[in-house]
Design a protein around this ligand. Structure first.
Ligand code: ADP
Ligand code: MG
Length: 260
């Protein structure tokens, strides 16, 4: 589905240069949910901008469905961290969801049907005629997810989408992503700085170094699905994997779970 090969990015201006990404290679297969976890400033957003064709990398290649990515591909949708900037305040929730479909030549009946299904999937049927600013942050992020769902992308990119909502809402939204992944068989690349979130959601976790970033480790997450906030997070494997991720991120020895 997605192949990232020797991706490198250096920001350059007339007076300075800053290497954000040193060398990143990985691939994502159809239907996988892969998370990438890394500290703030480790080049996660830079990487997503390169993968989505919004910004040409200064080195390496990205391929989506066997085609090199040189501009934003049709089959891609993205959910951004900052929901207040990703929805149109002058359009209703429903119109926000339908908006990208107008540009794909999808007829009105099909657009409306998809919007209805997507809003139902995120539990916002009754908010369809409201405006984004009438909703809480968590609800606005659900609108952004519904918009991505209605688009039916081959690949969904999510850039720290829940970093600015409260803990309870965050857990609800994580479970929503899991349901969407399960129900629609969607391929998802999920970026986060939250170790627990990266493990809870993923089939595989890629751990980024501090900048200029590389992949420090790739860790499989063989936890059973469906996952559950209480049960999964109490699982021995969950504790073991999150400790392993933390150890890589902190570059120091964290006591092994159960050893104290
Ligand atoms: P993350 O998303 O992991 O927090 P970013 O990709 O936003 O990291 O940023 C990685 C590094 O690149 C940071 O040091 C940041 O200051 C720098 N950076 C990001 N965008 C730009 C830009 N447009 N110009 C110059 N430097 C940038
Ligand atoms: Mg970022």
């Amino acid at each position: 589905m997605l192949t990232v090969d020797s991706l490198q990015h250096t920001y350059r201006s007339r007076t300075s240069s800053h290497e954000a990404i040193a060398d990143i290679s990985f691939s994502v297969t159809k239907g996988e949910l892969v998370s990438i976890v890394g500290p703030s400033g480790s080049g996660k957003t830079t990487m997503l901008h390169c993968i989505s064709g919004l910004m040409p990398p200064t080195g390496g290649t990205v391929e989506l469905l066997g085609e090199p990515v040189t501009s934003v591909p049709e089959g891609l949708a993205m959910v951004f961290q900052n929901y207040t900037e990703s929805l149109f305040p002058w359009l209703t929730v429903e119109s926000n969801v339908v908006f990208p479909l107008r540009y794909r030549g999808i007829d009105r009946a099909e657009r409306d049907g998809r919007a209805r299904d997507a809003l139902e999937a995120v539990g916002l049927t009754s908010a369809a005629q409201k405006y984004p600013w009438q909703l809480s942050g968590g609800m606005q992020q659900r609108v952004a997810i519904a918009r991505a769902l209605a688009y039916r992308p081959s690949l969904l990119l999510m850039d720290e989408p829940f970093a600015s909502v409260d803990a309870q809402t965050r857990e609800d939204l994580e479970d929503l992503v899991l349901r969407v992944h399960e129900t629609y068989g969607m391929t998802i690349l999920f970026i986060t700085h939250d170790i627990d979130e990266s493990v809870y959601l993923a089939d595989r976790v890629l751990v980024l170094s501090s900048p200029p970033s590389r992949i420090l480790e790739e860790i499989a997450v063989p936890l059973p699905r469906p996952r559950d906030q209480i049960v999964t997070k109490g699982h021995d494997d969950f504790v073991r994997i999150r400790t392993e991720v933390a150890r890589h991120i902190r570059h120091r020895d964290v006591p092994v779970a159960g050893a104290w």
